[in-house]
Design a protein. Structure first.
Length: 72
């Protein structure tokens, strides 16, 4: 585990799933062109992952609604 991974913020389960898909917090930050050791970049990373999670939750809700409509 890269050292910065231990410093990641508290993540919701969906945020954690997204983070893992990138290979961890450090790789997520680097893929967003952010430095995991920089406090300002940490906050930017947190905002980005929260936005990704919100979009993912929205997509999941739409899928569930679609399944319910198809089952009627």
């Amino acid at each position: 585990m890269p050292s910065a991974d231990a410093l990641h913020p508290r993540l919701t389960p969906i945020e954690s799933e997204i983070c893992k898909s990138y290979g961890g917090w450090t790789k997520f930050m680097i893929s967003m062109r952010l430095r995991p050791e920089n406090c300002d970049d940490l906050e930017k990373g947190r905002v980005i992952i929260a936005a990704f999670a919100a979009e993912m939750e929205k997509d999941l809700e739409q899928e569930q609604k679609q399944k319910l409509q198809n089952n009627r």
